[in-house]
Design a protein around this ligand. Structure first.
Ligand SMILES: CC(C)(COP(=O)(O)OP(=O)(O)OC[C@H]1O[C@@H](n2cnc3c(N)ncnc32)[C@H](O)[C@@H]1OP(=O)(O)O)[C@@H](O)C(=O)NCCC(=O)NCCS
Length: 203
């Protein structure tokens, strides 16, 4: 996918106020489908996110993420208060949410609410979690590497001193492969492999 940045992002203060968003790039995939990239999630896309998170037919999402509880049954507003910065990819023709990536300060290796250990993390944390999903119609289409690496660079410009980490089920091959392709390294010291919790880091 080819991404063309749109605005000068230097003046943005992250995270943006809730439900505000900035159209930061346009993208075109190898099948000539067009997309928009936004920082922040407008209300109409937060509503789509809620529905997608409740979608039981999306077996991979339900198996590998806590999004049903986080966005489906839980409150987007509450989640946003944890200093998370979301980026979304929207399919231009249908205005559908195609993919979501978010970052935010979180202690290295810490398991998420899927595992019942949620906490408010300190803003000063040097480690920021990196999380992503693509939604069924758009999954496996080769959109994620370019989208994720583009938004990671933007985030890193705003937080130059942080390291990224991700945690996933150790059987989640798609997540681990994508992590490796983005330059993440396996970090077994902070993993909990007996409970299938694989951590990867990128400085
Ligand atoms: C993880 C996820 C975001 C990957 O998105 P995707 O749409 O499959 O990504 P892409 O099609 O852009 O593929 C990205 C890379 O990963 C590789 N990949 C994707 N799925 C794979 C799989 N099942 N096995 C091995 N490699 C895979 C691709 O080869 C690709 O590399 P390339 O661009 O060099 O060819 C997506 O599978 C997803 O949303 N899953 C459900 C939610 C989830 O598990 N999120 C992570 C939870 S922690």
């Amino acid at each position: 996918m080819e991404i063309t940045p749109k605005n000068n992002l230097a003046d943005l203060f992250l995270p943006l106020p809730i439900y505000s968003s900035v159209h930061i790039a346009d993208a075109i995939c190898k099948h000539e489908e067009e997309y928009k990239v936004f920082i922040g999630i407008e209300k109409k896309y937060a509503e789509q996110l809620k529905k997608l998170s409740l979608d039981d037919s999306d077996v991979d999402l339900q198996k590998n993420t806590g999004d049903r509880r986080r966005f489906g049954e839980g409150s987007y507003e509450e989640w946003y208060e944890k200093n998370r910065t979301p980026f979304i990819l929207v399919h231009k023709q249908t205005d559908k949410l195609a993919a979501l990536v978010w970052f935010g300060p979180k202690s290295l290796g810490k398991k998420s609410l899927k595992f019942g250990e949620e906490e408010k993390d300190k803003i000063q944390n040097d480690w920021h979690t990196a999380v992503w999903r693509s939604y069924p119609t758009f999954r496996g289409k080769g959109l994620m590497k370019a989208f994720t690496s583009f938004v990671m660079e933007i985030y890193k410009e705003h937080y130059p001193d942080i390291g990224f980490w991700l945690g996933t089920d150790s059987n989640n091959e798609a997540m681990i492969m994508l992590g490796l392709k983005l330059g993440f390294k396996i970090d077994n010291e902070n993993s909990d492999l007996s409970n299938n919790w694989q951590v990867m880091v990128k400085k």
